[in-house]
Every structure is written in structure tokens, then in C-alpha cells.
Design a protein around this ligand. Structure first.
Ligand SMILES: [Zn+2]
Length: 314
């Protein structure tokens, strides 16, 4: 990226490569100080020059380690990574001789974050960087005694290289934002908002779902959908599932595999497909299972958030 660059799609910042010129002098899982960790040491166009680097997303200073010019940053909101994941970014930058970040300080995407340097245990001017695709700020030693994050990803799965000159890329699968398409900004003229669900978000079901089993007696008008709830067919069958995993049929329309409405509208377990065009309000969120609680026809149901898309309140 270059100074001042921003990239936001559907209200979510793309996590950009902080460097304008990227020469990787030590890659992930290197034999030396990167053993078992997903870190890169990056220098710029000329060796020995303390080039600036920029905030890959709008981020907050979580912790500083002045003796090594080191800062732990975390994205203020969830961001989009080069592997398509949307999550918080927690990342470390190291060796900045002029490090002046303060805990709590927020830096806007594209503003200067620091300078490459030699502070701490560094060989030559560079920035050591590693990224966790999570909000976990644990900074822990691995079996080789080297500090790292949980949920670290290789850097080519983390940042988009729009406007970065790759001088030495270590064979990484470097992607730009053009390589990672995002969902349309409007479906049925309803604007999609940030897609980060919270209590009160308005959502619609995204897709066609298979009816795996009908609850007996059939007059209960409830069905089980393994894809939406994560429950297995067998657990539905043996009634091991919680009651909130049975979904009322009332708001669903039977369709064939291609989404065409069927004439009979009589569901059968294992054969029918359904879709739902209604808008629901999220009643609760479970971040552990990434599920949202919706009230469908008077019944609280937990479904995976990934099959919902957020729509605007209008
Ligand atoms: Zn390093």
C-alpha cells in the first residue's frame, strides 16, 4: 500500500500490506528467529533505509515493548483478509527505532504506523510482522522458545498487495483485492450493511436449504436442517437436539434444487428444499458457535450466522 490508501468494500476494510516495497529477508517458519511462527522480516527498496509503513486497517495500539520498538495492534472492527476471512486482526510490528505509539492510540487505515528499523534483536533494518486472524492478544512462546500469536496465518493469506511492489515475495500466493470478490452491494434493492451481526441486526436467509427431517407429529410443522443448525441427522432423528434447533416451516417456501417454487408445497424429509424471503431481527448472538437467535413464527431458533445476510433497517 501507499501512504493514505484506504480500501473498504461493503463496509468492511480490506487488510492491506503495510509496505510500499516489500523485500522479505526472512519468511515464515525460517530456520532462525521465525522457527514455527508465521512472521516475515521485510525491508524496502534499499537495504539500511528506515522506510515508513502504514496502517493496514484502522487499528488500535494494544501493547508496546519499547526496548524492541515493538507494538501490538488490533483492528478496531473486523476486517477482510486475503484468504477471504472476515475477522479481527491482531498483529505485531517490531524493530522501530522511533516507536512512539501509545496504548489506546487509534491509527486510521493508510496513516503511518511506524518505520523499519534495528531496535531490539535485529540484523539489518527491517520490520518484523506477524498477524493473527482473531481478537486473541495472547503472546506466547512456542516449542522453540519463540513468541507468537494464536491463529497466526501466513502473510499471503492476510494482506492484500494493492500498490505494493513485491521485490522478493518468497513465492507467496500474493493477492490484490481484485482477486477476492465480495458479495454484491445490493440484493433486491436492499442495501447490505456491514455484515457484522449484533442484537437488533435485520437479516435474511442466504440460500436454499435442504429439509433433512420433519418433526413428528407432522402437525407440529417443524423441520430439521443440518446445514443451518449444525445438528446431525441422527441427533434430529433420536430427538437429541435442543428444541431451538427445530425450525418452523411456516415462513419457508418449498422450491426445487434450482430455486423454482414447487406446486405442492408439501415438505418431505430428505427430499425437499426451501428458501425464506422474510426479514428477521437478531435476538441474540453466540460468538462461540457463530450463531444467531431469530424468532421465527413465535419460536426462538438458533442458526449459523454464515447463512444470514444483514440488510438495512429500511
Ligand atoms: Zn523477524
Amino acid at each position: 500500500m501507499i501512504k493514505g490508501q484506504k480500501s473498504v468494500r461493503n463496509g468492511i476494510e480490506d487488510f492491506l500490506c503495510p509496505f510500499t516495497d516489500m523485500y522479505i529477508s526472512q519468511g515464515s517458519n525460517g530456520s532462525y528467529s521465525h522457527k514455527g511462527i508465521m512472521a516475515n522480516d521485510v525491508r524496502g527498496l534499499q537495504a539500511g533505509v528506515r522506510y515508513p509503513y502504514y496502517a493496514p486497517c484502522t487499528c488500535k495500539c494494544i501493547r508496546t515493548y519499547p526496548s524492541s520498538g515493538q507494538v501490538m495492534w488490533q483492528s478496531v472492527n473486523k476486517v477482510r483478509f486475503a484468504n477471504g476471512r472476515v475477522d479481527y486482526a491482531t498483529f505485531m510490528t517490531v524493530h522501530d527505532n522511533s516507536m512512539d505509539a501509545k496504548v489506546g492510540q487509534v491509527v486510521e487505515q493508510g496513516s503511518q504506523l511506524g518505520n523499519m528499523g534495528t531496535k531490539g534483536n535485529a540484523t539489518g533494518v527491517h520490520c518484523h510482522i506477524e498477524v493473527s486472524q482473531s481478537a486473541d492478544t495472547s503472546w506466547i512462546k512456542n516449542q522453540y522458545g519463540i513468541y507468537h500469536f494464536n491463529n497466526e496465518y501466513d502473510l499471503d493469506d492476510c494482506y492484500f498487495v494493492d500498490n505494493t511492489n513485491i521485490l522478493k515475495g518468497m513465492g507467496g500466493n500474493w493477492r490484490t483485492t481484485k482477486d477476492v470478490a465480495v458479495q454484491e452491494t445490493s440484493i433486491n434493492n436492499i442495501e447490505i450493511v456491514d455484515q457484522i451481526l449484533h442484537v437488533g441486526s435485520k437479516v435474511k436467509f442466504d440460500g436454499i436449504f435442504k429439509v433433512d427431517i420433519l418433526k413428528s407429529p407432522l402437525s407440529s410443522n417443524l423441520f430439521g436442517c443440518c446445514q443451518l443448525t449444525g445438528c446431525s441427522y441422527n441427533s434430529y432423528k433420536t430427538e437429541q437436539v435442543k428444541s431451538h434447533h427445530w425450525i418452523p416451516t411456516s415462513d419457508f417456501i418449498e422450491v426445487d434444487k434450482n430455486g423454482h417454487v414447487t406446486s405442492d408445497q408439501v415438505l418431505s424429509g430428505g427430499n425437499s428444499y426451501v428458501l425464506n424471503k422474510n426479514v428477521y431481527e437478531v435476538k441474540d448472538i453466540d460468538t462461540k458457535t457463530n450463531s444467531a437467535k431469530l424468532n421465527i413464527n413465535g419460536r426462538d431458533v438458533w442458526v449459523f450466522s454464515t447463512f444470514l445476510y444483514e440488510v438495512s433497517n429500511n
